[in-house]
Write a protein that binds this ligand. Structure first.
Ligand code: MTE
Length: 336
């Protein structure tokens, strides 16, 4: 696994790159339509604005719900040992900015509000089930998986389809370990993942449903993508349990794909034979297709993907094919 991450050749100053005119006109357009006018517009409508400056301390992920839930999964296991194969010595994005600039639509479509609305979300205990086309389906608590697989830290680049990006240290275990555990059958060609459905704890849930979102949030990967060593089930970030706004207690991280593939607060994983319908692809197949590999050469229908804005510094830098992971994953997409 050594050398799969190229050193960052992309730290160029903001002033050298095209200004954000594309985004500004997009925002005007979306303001005109209003949120919820069409599901396909909603992800973009969250925009790329800066987070608020006055924010409460970031939750450690351990019972910030005022005593409603037990300690978060993996307590006592953070910080985990950093895997030297994923330690590219990049400068990390600012932790507080990352924790106050979140996409978690079930709580809010405004990135700077999500972290304020997650207090009542109960994340422990956390039952998970893995089922479908496998010989050993499994049901249990996330803590059992953490005890079995252990945790490691990896530094990854993360790129949202909205053209913002960050570099963060995730803690977790490879999804492949979990899939191997359930012994997939040979006809399992895709994996479908689902976020917990808790309308009473997720303030925006009912509004999304009435706007036509096919909740619960769900995503999918091809089996070879799901088994790829880069694909991580993250339970922590910055050496601590995941704060709820980042998708506690367990979310996916697929660093070469746009961020919406990295589904949060996972409770179900199903192995299936056919490509599953996913939430964003259902809402906008031309804008959020199933594959969704980061590609600077393929613009989103309404904006360029050639550059991205680092969430903390505001630097605008070139986007890399497969978000910088081409050496590791391009072979998955070679047409024979
Ligand atoms: N998962 C759920 N359940 N709901 C969401 O709204 N947003 C996705 C992804 N996972 C989302 C989700 C998008 S668009 C992005 S960019 C990332 O989460 C953001 O992750 P972060 O807030 O931890 O940076």
């Amino acid at each position: 696994m050594a050398n799969i991450i190229a050193p960052p050749p992309w730290r160029i100053p903001d002033s050298l790159v095209t200004p954000e005119s594309v985004y500004r006109s997009r925002r005007r357009f979306l303001r005109h339509l209003g949120f919820g006018a069409a599901g396909t517009l909603a992800l973009a409508s969250a925009g790329c604005g800066n987070s608020e400056s006055a924010v409460p301390p970031v939750s450690s992920g351990t019972n910030s719900a005022g005593g409603l839930d037990a300690p978060a999964a993996g307590v006592g296991k953070y910080p985990a040992r950093r895997n030297p194969d994923f330690d590219p010595k990049w400068k990390l994005s600012d932790e507080k900015t990352a924790a106050t600039y979140n996409n978690y639509y079930e709580f809010s479509t405004q990135k700077d509000r999500v972290h304020r609305l997650v207090g009542g979300f109960v994340i422990s205990p956390w039952p998970l089930e893995i089922y479908g086309l496998c010989d050993k389906p499994w049901k249990g608590d996330l803590n059992d998986l953490i005890a079995e697989f252990g945790l490691e830290e990896r530094i990854y680049r993360f790129r949202c389809v909205e053209a913002w990006a960050m570099i963060v240290p995730w803690t977790g275990f490879p999804l492949s370990k979990l899939l191997e555990k359930v012994a997939p059958k040979s006809d399992a060609r895709f994996v479908r993942l689902e976020t917990v459905s808790r309308p009473n704890q997720m303030p925006s849930y009912a509004r999304l449903v009435s706007n036509g979102y096919p909740l619960p949030y769900n995503e999918g990967l091809r089996m070879d993508e799901a088994m790829h060593p880069l694909t991580l089930v993250a339970t922590g970030i910055y050496g601590k349990a995941l704060p709820k706004q980042h998708g506690a207690p367990a979310r996916l991280v697929v660093p070469w794909k746009y961020g919406y593939k990295s589904i949060k607060s996972i409770v179900k994983i199903e192995l299936v034979a056919r490509q599953p319908a996913t939430l964003w692809e259902t809402l906008g197949p031309d804008e959020y297709p199933f594959e969704s590999n980061v590609d600077p050469a393929v613009p989103h229908p309404r904006w360029s993907q050639a550059t991205e804005r680092m969430i903390d510094t505001g630097d605008r830098v070139p986007t890399l094919p497969y978000n910088g992971y081409a050496e590791a994953v391009a072979k998955l997409y070679k047409k024979s």
